[in-house]
Write a protein that binds this ligand. Structure first.
Ligand SMILES: Cc1cc2nc3c(=O)[nH]c(=O)nc-3n(C[C@H](O)[C@H](O)[C@H](O)COP(=O)(O)OP(=O)(O)OC[C@H]3O[C@@H](n4cnc5c(N)ncnc54)[C@H](O)[C@@H]3O)c2cc1C
Length: 500
């Protein structure tokens, strides 16, 4: 993946209206733009002294003690400090100090986000959750797991598996992304079509508010309608409403093996029909439905020849389909029957079914590893949008046509978690100039606005898409978001300038 442009994944799943009317009505619209965070009322030295009073030596890093993994790539300006609390109580103590001083704070998980949500300037501190990385309990009877926010997804997945369960969240950044960061971004991934986004796997959480107040909402039940379900306010809030410090995650029964295939589909209609056919024929076991347009296939063949090509070139779409079930042998036999029936009925133009783990990994490599070669296309940007599934083909054609009119040499690749309406676009227009970026952004998000899609399916808004939020949210929605922010963080110190 290129250094500058890691924002390669993309998505959005909220159907939106065109932006009409004005903000207001019943809502007050407080202004909370990037520059609105109040400058701290104390000097950095005084702040550091106070922070060192509540954290140990490893808890406050400054200067060359701040290693690059806490920063944006190529960042040279350092924040005042990186603070690393070890508990909710320490996080609360840090926030009390920062609130009293009006000190801006940027929460940081695994730094794998793709929308510059963790970018911090020289007047801010970064609050890293990396020392809150304990898996506290796995509750077998309750099928739940209590974790610190800094637990890395892969570790949580492994612990769940060792206990006979599945944590049904998976994505290419599993070795870096933390549970806290995934909650803060409501991350999606490769299994959403069956298990939903991160939101669906969170039973409870603990959050520290801007003023240091601890909201311990560590619910362990699936059903709890005792008033507002407050956790949803923080899930997907990108560190702007509170700092997630712990969470109770919902576990599922661990499937016994996965059956995987790469399928070729001839036309637009065929993709939708195939999805509906597989959902019906595989009776709730369909876990992934990942689509790659023919341009993407050509790119993979040209730039990553080391990846295998299980199907011949030239089909309109390639789809990775995976099911998980309870009996590996019977499931594979049934899977093969369903695929064969699909071929005979003309829904599937060609198919390669993985017979072992190695061929399964080879199929997934087409989706997960080809990104390493995107930089061969020159400067590129990644987009993550979502729109109604039925509009995807038309959307792809429109974006390609409009970008190519502007930049005839541009390359555009389309892929996505289409089962959830989530599309990723790689756009390489041949230049990294800011006006080129804006022109491509306007095309990509303009078509989304016209089709009632969302400018962010799974990665969030951060700084990257802030100017386009209003293209998929109404003024009233944005006003309510700002009111919520103003109520929970009146001084605007939590991740200032991000999202809204
Ligand atoms: C190769 C690759 C593949 C990816 N695939 C996917 C994918 O399929 N689906 C998907 O959704 N995303 C994907 N991503 C994006 C990224 O991994 C997710 O957004 C992830 O949820 C970020 O987690 P993190 O711990 O790295 O958070 P960070 O990047 O550290 O932070 C992300 C945001 O959350 C805030 N934040 C972090 N931790 C906390 C906390 N404890 N409390 C409050 N706020 C917090 C930050 O301030 C920031 O705004 C991918 C990224 C890469 C590099």
């Amino acid at each position: 993946m290129s250094d500058d442009h890691r924002n390669d994944e993309i998505a959005a799943n909220v159907t939106r209206r065109r932006i009409l009317g004005t903000a207001g009505g019943a809502f007050v619209l407080p202004s909370l733009s990037a520059g609105d965070a109040r400058a701290a009322s104390i000097t950095p030295d005084t702040l550091l002294k106070q922070l060192r009073g509540v954290l140990d030596d490893e808890g406050v890093l400054t200067g060359d003690k701040i290693s690059p993994h806490y920063l944006q790539r190529r960042q040279v300006d350092l924040p005042i400090a990186v603070v690393r609390p070890q508990s909710t109580a320490e996080t609360s103590a840090v926030m009390k100090i920062c609130h009293a001083a009006g000190q801006p704070v940027v929460p940081l998980g695994g730094n794998s986000g793709l929308v510059r949500g963790t970018q911090a300037n020289t007047a801010e501190i970064i609050l890293a959750l990396d020392r809150m990385d304990k898996i506290e309990t796995v509750n077998v009877a309750n099928r739940s797991m209590t974790v610190g926010a800094g637990v890395v997804l892969a570790d949580a997945q492994n612990t769940a598996a060792e206990n006979g369960f599945l944590l049904p969240l998976n994505m290419g950044s599993r070795g870096e992304a933390t549970i806290g960061g995934m909650i803060a971004t409501n991350a999606g991934g490769e299994e959403v079509v069956r298990y939903g986004m991160t939101r669906e796997s969170v039973l409870g959480l603990e959050v520290v508010l801007a003023d240091g107040t601890v909201i311990s909402s560590m619910n362990r039940m699936i059903k709890n309608n005792a008033g507002y379900d407050l956790k949803h306010m923080f899930i997907g809030s990108e560190g702007t409403l509170g700092i997630v410090t712990r969470a109770v995650m919902r576990l599922r029964a661990k499937p016994d093996g996965a059956s995987t295939a790469l399928l070729a589909v001839a036309d637009d209609d065929g993709v939708l029909k195939l999805l509906r056919y597989l959902e019906r024929a595989l009776a709730g076991t369909l876990t992934s439905f990942e689509i790659m347009w023919s341009d993407y296939d050509q790119f993979v063949r040209k730039y990553t020849p080391y990846l295998p090509s299980p199907l011949k070139a030239g089909y309109t779409y390639y789809v990775i389909v995976e099911v998980t079930g309870s009996d590996a042998v019977d499931d594979l036999a049934r899977f093969k029957r369903v695929i064969e029936n699909g071929r005979q009925s003309g829904l599937i133009a060609d198919a390669a079914v993985a017979d072992d783990e190695k061929s399964r990994e080879e199929i997934w490599a087409l989706r997960e590893q080809a990104g390493a070669a995107f930089s061969e296309l020159g400067p590129f940007w990644g987009y993550d949008v979502s729109l109604p599934i039925g509009d995807m083909a038309e959307y792809g054609r429109r974006v390609k046509a409009e970008v190519t009119v502007l930049y005839p040499e541009a390359t555009l690749l389309f892929l996505g978690h289409v089962g959830d309406g989530n599309l990723h676009i790689i756009a390489a227009p041949g230049s990294r100039a800011p006006d080129v970026k804006k022109a491509v952004d306007d095309v990509v998000y303009g078509a989304i606005r016209d089709l009632g899609g969302s400018v962010s399916a799974e990665h969030g808004i951060g700084l990257e898409k802030k100017n386009y939020l209003a293209w998929s949210r109404t003024p009233e929605e944005i006003a309510l978001m700002r009111n919520l922010k103003a109520m929970l963080d009146p001084k605007g110190i939590l991740n200032p300038g991000k999202l809204i």
